[in-house]
Design a protein around this ligand. Structure first.
Ligand code: AMP
Length: 159
């Protein structure tokens, strides 16, 4: 049940100075950061990460957005981490994301607007969709030596 999830704080989150606030939410929930780094993604790497979206109409806008500044890449570990992180992040469209979720609290972009403008929806954060995807994405973004094993107080008081 202890899982790892890949989380990216995308350029809009970094440029809006939201890194600390977003990381704080995950730490408050007891999730453990086991890998953290800032990466300025190049086009070829964006195509690998978003391979599933390459043929989609919104891909050019998505590539432009993810390469426009550094992202903060995190590997978070915890019980049911993949599902827990997705729940905290909320659905893709910030307009429909409920208050209390990261996207619902810090953004309000809509598909209606981004479709008209031909840009990717700015939703601050990427989180692995399932356990298999998390394993693939962590392998793509992090080397083994960049992932750390240590104890947090949650292991004593929560688990
Ligand atoms: P996902 O792999 O689900 O994180 O989707 C990749 C990213 O593409 C999302 O986080 C959005 O930033 C963007 N995106 C997904 N669907 C759309 C869409 N219909 N229109 C614009 N951007 C989108």
């Amino acid at each position: 049940m202890i899982e790892r999830s890949l989380v990216l704080l995308k350029p809009d989150a970094v440029q809006r100075g939201l890194m600390g606030k977003i990381i704080c939410r995950f730490e408050d929930a007891g999730l453990k950061a086991v890998g953290v780094k800032m990466v300025w993604v190049k086009t070829e790497f964006a195509q690998k990460h978003y391979a599933a979206h390459l043929e989609k109409s919104f891909y050019p806008g998505l590539e432009k957005m993810i390469t426009e500044g550094p992202v903060l890449a995190l590997v978070l570990e915890g019980l049911h981490a993949v599902e827990t992180v997705r729940k905290m992040v909320g659905p893709t469209e910030p307009k429909t994301a409920a208050p209390g979720t990261i996207r619902g609290d810090f953004a309000h972009h809509s598909y209606e607007y981004t479709d008209k403008k031909g840009i990717a929806i700015k939703n601050l954060i990427h989180a692995s969709g399932n356990i298999a995807e998390a394993k693939e994405e962590i392998k793509l973004w992090f080397e083994d030596k960049e992932l750390h094993t240590y104890e947090t107080v949650h292991e004593k008081h929560v688990f």
